[in-house]
Write a protein that binds this ligand. Structure first.
Ligand code: GCB
Length: 606
């Protein structure tokens, strides 16, 4: 009986309709795509009355029907076509003053014509929708998706018409205790279709996904797999890397799967020479192209080895906050500006906090030679004991890895940020780690952990999670939440583990152009002083192999209301929200310069 009750209560956690999506089409770059970006008609629906009837039951005649009165007597209480529009991609909060603090449902509608060619399939692809999306085409539900920062797609081959299609998406960004992230975060809950939306046309049997990377521990063996989807699953596949004169053929099995493995003499990817090769995956019925870099990664004792050589990760944390204009970043230009500033700082590494960023960031990092730490929003205090919360986190991890597993820039997957110790949390995170390893054996696994004081001057890293990670991540705010900047001078760091440490956060707030003495909060001088003391402390940690201070630019946060100073911005940026560099930027830049002079990033070509 007890077991039945337990099972029932577990089932109660599982959302009634599971995501009906097929797996992600990993590479949308090398495909025929049609952008649906631009103006979408929208209806703000705080009570969700376009979804539920007055008994709070899902309605058959919701807004997804896009109904129009047929006679003058018909009663229809909404009309997409005369409603306001919003720009996609884009968060809704920064597109209208009325929506600035809005958390709830907004309906989006886009009309399009599409002449589907014979022997093709059509998918609708969303870069991301924060947080929950219900998707309908021509009045029929095609799927739903949970999680605000990863892509998803649905097949619409059977529903699409030559003319007059209407795609309707209900996007809901209400925060929930059981969600990932949960109710409390330190960033703006930007809602909407925040990334690009496109149609992807494929052949009936197509290259659905592939992993083409160096085998773990090797610098000359390419290893991975290719997966087809469709009805002609047994085919010959050819992998070509024209520039390296490589052509290899394999055969897929009855499930459309082929393992690939071959030796290759390739120029390796590293920050100072981020070499990308064009890789072509060809089957009789399809062909995809991708730009792929090859490099090896491992740890040895407290070292991180890139292509077999020790490397120091000179990093900076970044939120997906649009440079200069504010709101969610979504474009290639945004990525170039943010990563350009990181480069100017002297960084060879960025921690993309606190969720997977848009794909342009990772692709540009690949091109610019910037290593990436990518993470899922398992942040602070989520529901460790809730199986649905775990499934959700696991799914977001799967989708992050699915999209970016072929990017040489990505060196670290991180599973959590500042999560409080408990048995339930440890087993949750251990399960995520082993899931990540099963999907991708080559990246290093990390998490931003907390640490504690053994005594007044000793910081200890002994979180039991450390045992399962390749790289220890630690956030600390000595000099800001924890004493004054001078406190750093007295601290010594110890770790229970013989593993590399990345100090994944440290810093303090400063309002740009706000001046005072080094002990006056919110001034550039305080922040500068804090960084100086921090760096002196960090230089003494023998197992430190990377730093990513908090944070590149100021970012919006509802937790930061102080008028005249914060005004709903977290001011820990080294650069203001208007692109102005604060004094501390130059302190960091100077140290990174020194580090670079001492140990260039794998300068010698292979
Ligand atoms: C942290 C969090 C980060 C916050 C930061 C802060 O430890 O990881 O998300 O924004 O502190 O500014 O307090």
């Amino acid at each position: 009986m007890k077991t039945i009750i337990l099972l029932l209560s577990l089932l109660a956690f599982v959302p009634s309709v599971r995501a009906q999506q097929i797996d992600l089409i990993a590479n949308t770059d090398g495909r025929k795509t049609i952008s649906l970006d631009g103006k979408w008609q929208t209806i703000v629906d705080p009570y969700e009355s376009g979804f539920y009837n007055y008994r709070y039951q899902p309605s058959d005649n919701g807004y997804f029907k896009n109904a129009k009165p047929k006679t003058k007597s018909d009663l229809i209480e909404y009309d997409f076509d005369s409603s306001e529009s919003l720009q996609v991609p884009g968060d809704w909060n920064t597109q209208s003053d009325q929506l600035f603090f809005y958390e709830g449902t907004i309906w989006y509608k886009k009309s399009f014509d599409y002449q589907r060619r014979p022997n093709t399939r059509l998918f609708v692809y969303f870069g991301a929708a924060n947080y929950f999306a219900d998707v309908y085409l021509n009045g029929e539900k095609v799927g739903q998706h949970e999680g605000g920062f990863t892509p998803f797609n649905f097949e619409i081959t059977k529903l699409v018409r030559d003319t007059g299609n209407f795609l309707v998406v209900k996007v809901d960004n209400k925060r929930r205790r059981d969600a990932v992230p949960t109710l409390m975060t330190d960033w703006w809950n930007y809602g909407g279709l925040t990334r690009e939306v496109k149609l992807i046309e494929t052949s009936t049997t197509f290259v659905h996904d592939y992993l083409i990377q160096l085998a773990k521990g090797s610098r000359n063996r390419v290893s991975g797999w290719v997966k087809l989807a469709g009805d002609k699953l047994k085919q010959r596949i050819t992998i070509r890397i024209p520039e390296a004169g490589i052509t290899k053929t394999f055969a897929t099995d009855g499930n459309g799967f082929a393992a690939i493995d071959f030796n290759a003499d390739l120029k390796l990817w590293f920050p100072e020479n981020p070499k990308l090769y064009e890789v072509v995956v060809e089957v009789e019925t399809d062909q995809v192209r991708d730009q792929i870099g090859f490099r090896s990664l491992e740890t040895k004792g407290t070292d991180i080895l890139l292509n077999g050589r020790p490397i120091f990760l000179r990093g900076i944390c970044i939120h997906e906050e649009a440079p200069l204009r504010g709101g969610r970043a979504y474009s290639r230009e945004d990525a170039r500006t943010l990563l350009g500033w990181a480069k100017e700082l002297g960084a060879n590494f960025v921690r993309l906090a606190h969720y997977p960023h848009n794909e342009f960031m990772v692709r540009e990092a690949d091109r610019m030679g910037i290593m990436v730490w990518s993470e899922i929003p398992v942040y602070w205090t989520i529901q460790w004991e809730n199986p649905a919360t775990f499934e959700n986190a696991r799914n977001q991890l799967t989708e992050m890895i699915a999209r970016d597993k072929n990017r040489a820039a990505v060196v670290i997957w991180s599973v959590a940020n500042e999560t409080p110790l408990s048995d339930a949390r440890l087993s949750f995170l251990k399960n995520l780690i082993s899931h990540a390893r099963s999907l991708d054996a080559t990246r290093l696994l990390s998490a931003a952990m907390e640490r504690h004081y053994l005594d007044a001057t000793t910081q200890m890293i002994d979180d039991p999670l450390g045992e399962y990670l390749d790289v220890l991540g630690c956030n600390e705010y000595v000099g800001w939440y924890d004493g004054l900047p001078e406190k750093a001078d007295r601290l010594e760091w110890k770790s229970k583990y013989q593993k590399p440490l990345v100090m994944s956060e440290f810093g303090g707030d400063a309002l740009y152009n706000h001046h005072g003495d080094p002990l006056t909060r919110w001034t550039e001088e305080y922040q500068e002083n804090l960084y100086r003391h921090q760096l002196a402390m960090l230089k003494k940690i023998p197992f430190l192999r990377g730093t990513s201070p908090w944070i590149l630019t100021d970012f919006r946060s509802p937790r930061r209301p102080l008028p005249g100073i914060q005004d709903y911005w977290n001011r820990k940026g080294l650069i203001s929200d208007r692109g102005e560099k604060k004094k501390a930027f130059y302190v960091m830049q100077e140290w990174y310069r020194e580090l670079h002079e001492k140990g260039p990033d794998n300068a010698k070509d292979h």
